[in-house]
Design a protein. Structure first.
Length: 141
């Protein structure tokens, strides 16, 4: 009987610790690049806002992205303003000009950033740690 109680307590402790670890990582770990359109329709210069990267907050809490960055493969860097992405929300970072909203952020560039034949978008948090890449890199076997 004591072994059952001990085993039950051990399992409960493991579940609590796992839950705490997941909750601690949910805020930043919940932000991901979920889609991208690297090739705007022609003529590209007139359709820069059709070139975008989509990020999603997969977590359960709002995340302020101030100081976070989005980079292409050539190190062109977009720095996020004081912007909170609500839990479950999606936002697009558009290459061209415009006024930021809760679902669209604008890089305010006058020329294309992303390579039409493929590029890699890298999202980093304010400390410079990589949070997400798109497309995701193949996992080592």
């Amino acid at each position: 009987m004591n072994n059952r109680i001990f085993a039950g307590a051990l399992i409960s402790l493991a579940v609590l610790l796992l839950g705490a670890a997941l909750a601690a990582g949910a805020a930043e770990g919940g932000i991901a690049i979920t889609n991208a359109n690297f090739a705007a329709p022609s003529p590209e210069k007139e359709n820069l806002n059709e070139e975008w990267v989509e990020i999603t907050n997969l977590g359960t809490e709002d995340v302020n992205l101030a100081g976070w960055t989005l980079e292409d493969g050539q190190n062109h860097t977009y720095k996020f303003p004081d912007f909170s992405l609500k839990a479950g929300a999606v936002a697009k970072i558009r290459t061209g000009e415009g006024n930021d909203t809760s679902v669209d952020l604008f890089w305010n560039r006058s020329s294309s950033i992303w390579n039409n034949d493929g590029d890699v978008a890298t999202l980093k948090d304010a400390s410079g740690s990589i949070v997400s890449r798109y497309p995701e890199e193949e996992k080592a076997a």
